[in-house]
Design a binder for this molecule. Structure first.
Ligand SMILES: Nc1ncnc2c1ncn2[C@@H]1O[C@H](COP(=O)(O)OP(=O)(O)OP(=O)(O)O)[C@@H](O)[C@H]1O
Length: 696
């Protein structure tokens, strides 16, 4: 291992072997078996405990408190409890703590309930989309995603039941977090008694403080200043849990999936027991790594029984995701191979080793071409630290970075670019409109998006019939699209399917589009996979092919063997069923009639066009290599090799998303008629007169 790996120069800041040993022993038993007094002792050992009084004082006296503390210092699990102990949840008030990700919401809520010795869903609860485990009048601490808190604002614009709102992991700067920060600043001006805590491991505290600095004081009848101090307080929590030794590769890695597999095997062969958490980019990488690792373990005659290999990504069914929390059986080692969904707030008790590929899938958006891509891109130092922080939470750990130390120091950016500035803003604008924010261009953002991106979003929403001439939500379509709370293009497709009589089919398609892929993307079986796809392939394209796969899955009695035989990802299909059920409930709530069009795929394609007309492309005349151009923006794009329309190259297509590798590829493609585009969005294509060759 020493030839490949070089220990990092960074010195451990807190390493107390004796204490580590004690905690290790305690935590190696499942924490549910820990006594209450043990848990209380653990709580008091966390670095944040020393700051309890300071935190409570600052929250009492300041409208906004910014807390910066190393990962594992105890911010997420402890601060809400301190607030509750200090009375902030008295009188029916609620303390909210937001997280960017659902998995973290559930995990942290159940940990805090356990620490408080209460049943989850009572004093401590959580809400994520489609799932509310709280008890009104009883729940005092509520964990929720920032997206859910935004949704709550639709019914209660001032979030009046909350006394303190803690926006956790603010450094992630997801679109929802940024919208939330902007809106909370507004709410504070109307509700001086509301307290905000912005917490993160690495946040740029000064710029965040500048954002929350407001000159507007709350004054009483006599002009006296009322309420807490309006300039934000900044508190830095020193110290972290346990030491994490960082190792870097000596030279750049050419294939990170392969490198991940070799590193896991090396750890398994040479390092003492302890689970491994690997960070890769997405489902395809993860599936490939799981397959490769399983084969390696079997082929090399290693003790395969010793390794439990678990994938983790958002497209996995809940039950599968939760396997990562199960205690590792004695004598075995768990390897969790994950996207960045496990990057923040999660504590996996057994994890001692982290392997960091240095990459993640990130959105990138060019407002001039109006093209949004999902690209595999290098992570920031902030992310790298979060990833390393998943080890060393209940005992010392090691992190293996698949990049060089020089790269980390000199080339990796300190923070990621806020999602707001690298995304298509269609969903963001609709959310703000639904919350009654009319002057979107003048909204006070923590990091303003480009005006071009805003204008593009307004234009698409207008063409989708979601906004009217005054840029207000239309009724009922605009409000319904906002209520469905998916990508507005998908929501519009669902609404149109109701009129076209194919909502059953379109809801299935919407569910499939919400996961990364229904196919097994293993290595070395491309030919078999292609053959399997042919069995389901529909001439109309990928969307109708998904309907064939779904039908086949139901006819097989949802059989895992059938999936295996047909190179279909069984877990993904279970997730499709799960999401489909949720969408059905939403559709019913909105009064959408669930109806099947049976075999009439023309209406299905029309409904898809009604949502995705903005993603239309035309095959270039005389193109022999399948080159398409987008209608708006005239960008060069190609059909992705995974599409059933690859090499078929119909003249007109629409796509669901783009990925960039050597070229820009369209994923999930369906052939359409140009006349449907004009029908679906006359405004959007109004600059493309009938005489324009692009629309013929
Ligand atoms: N489920 C759990 N099982 C065992 N210990 C846990 C669990 N959850 C939290 N802890 C302990 O509490 C510590 C603090 O966790 P917490 O999530 O509050 O930290 P944090 O400062 O918010 O870190 P991060 O920024 O990484 O979320 C962990 O390092 C760990 O020691």
């Amino acid at each position: 291992m020493s030839q490949f790996w070089k220990p990092g120069a960074e010195k451990p800041r807190l390493l107390d072997d004796e204490e580590g040993g004690v905690l290790f022993l305690a935590a190696s038993a499942s924490s549910s078996r820990l006594g209450h007094s043990s848990i209380q002792k653990q709580r008091q050992r966390l670095p944040v405990y020393k700051y309890r009084t300071a935190i409570l004082y600052l929250v009492e006296t300041h409208a906004t408190t910014i807390i910066v503390g190393e990962t594992g210092s105890g911010k997420t699990t402890q601060i809400p409890q301190y607030l509750k102990e200090a009375g902030w949840a008295d009188g029916g008030r609620v303390i909210a703590c937001t997280q960017p990700r659902r998995l973290a919401v559930q995990a942290v809520a159940s940990r805090v309930a356990e620490e408080m010795g209460v049943k989850l869903g009572e004093e401590v609860g959580y809400t994520i989309r489609f799932e509310n485990l709280t008890n009104t009048g009883v729940t005092m601490i509520k964990f929720l995603t920032d997206g859910v808190l935004l949704k709550e604002m639709m019914d209660d614009p001032l979030l009046s039941k909350y006394s303190v709102i803690m926006v956790d992991e603010a450094h992630e700067r997801s679109i929802s977090t940024d919208i939330l920060l902007g809106l909370l600043k507004k709410i504070q001006q109307r509700r001086p008694e509301l307290r905000l805590i912005i917490s993160s491991a690495t946040i740029e505290a000064k710029s965040m403080a500048a954002f929350f600095q407001t000159s507007k004081k709350h004054r009483g009848m006599e002009g006296e200043v009322l309420g807490p101090r309006i300039e934000p307080a900044i508190l830095s929590v020193e110290g972290r849990g346990f030491n994490v030794q960082i190792h870097y590769v000596e030279g750049p890695v050419s294939n990170y999936v392969q490198a991940v597999v070799s590193t896991v095997l090396l750890i398994h062969d040479r390092e003492p027991m302890g689970d491994i958490l690997v960070f890769l980019t997405g489902q395809d990488d993860i599936d490939a790594a799981v397959k490769l690792l399983t084969e390696e373990v079997q082929n090399c005659g290693r003790n395969s029984l010793g390794l439990i290999i678990l994938p983790l990504y958002s497209g996995l069914p809940r039950a599968e995701q939760e396997l990562i929390f199960a205690p590792t059986p004695r004598g075995k080692r768990k390897v969790v191979i994950s996207t960045n969904i496990a990057e923040t707030s999660l504590t996996l008790e057994g994890v001692v080793y982290v392997v960091d590929s240095g990459f993640s899938k990130q959105r990138s958006y060019n407002p001039l071409s109006d093209i949004e891509n999902l690209v595999v891109a290098p992570i920031s130092k902030a992310s790298a630290r979060q990833r390393a922080g998943r080890a060393g939470r209940v005992r010392p750990g090691k992190c293996y970075r698949l990049y060089t130390e020089e790269y980390f120091i000199n080339e990796m950016s300190a923070e990621g670019i806020p999602e707001m500035q690298r995304s298509n803003l269609v969903s963001c604008v609709i959310q703000l409109k639904a919350l009654g924010i009319d002057n979107i261009l003048g909204f006070d953002w923590p990091a303003p998006p480009s005006p071009e991106a805003m204008v593009r979003a307004l234009e698409v929403l207008y063409s989708l019939g979601v906004l009217d001439d005054d840029a207000k939500l239309t009724s009922p379509a605009g409000f319904q699209v906002a209520e469905i709370a998916l990508d507005p293009m998908i929501s519009k497709m669902i609404l149109s399917s109701s009129e076209l009589g194919c909502s059953e089919e379109i809801i299935t398609i919407a569910a499939v589009l919400s996961i990364q892929s229904v196919w097994v993307s293993g290595r070395g079986a491309q030919k078999e996979l292609d053959e399997a796809k042919l069995r389901f392939a529909a001439a109309e394209g990928d969307h109708v092919t998904f309907l064939n796969v779904y039908k086949g899955f139901l006819q097989s009695g949802k059989s895992p063997q059938w999936c295996h035989k047909n190179y279909i990802n069984y877990q993904a299909m279970k997730k499709v069923i799960e999401i489909r059920e949720q969408l059905k409930r939403t559709a019913q709530r909105l009064g959408i009639v669930l109806k099947s069009c049976e075999t009439d795929m023309l209406v299905v394609r029309k409904a898809i066009t009604a949502g995705f007309f903005a993603n239309a492309c035309r095959l270039e005349a005389f193109s022999h290599n399948g080159k398409y151009r987008t209608i708006r923006g005239s960008q060069e794009v190609y059909i992705h090799p995974s599409s059933v329309l690859f090499r078929v190259n119909p003249k007109w297509v629409i796509y669901h998303s783009l990925v960039s590798t050597d070229r820009r590829y369209m994923r999930n493609v369906t052939s359409v008629e140009p006349s449907w585009l004009r029908e679906a969005a006359p405004h959007y294509y109004k600059h493309q007169p009938p005489s324009n060759p692009m629309l013929h």
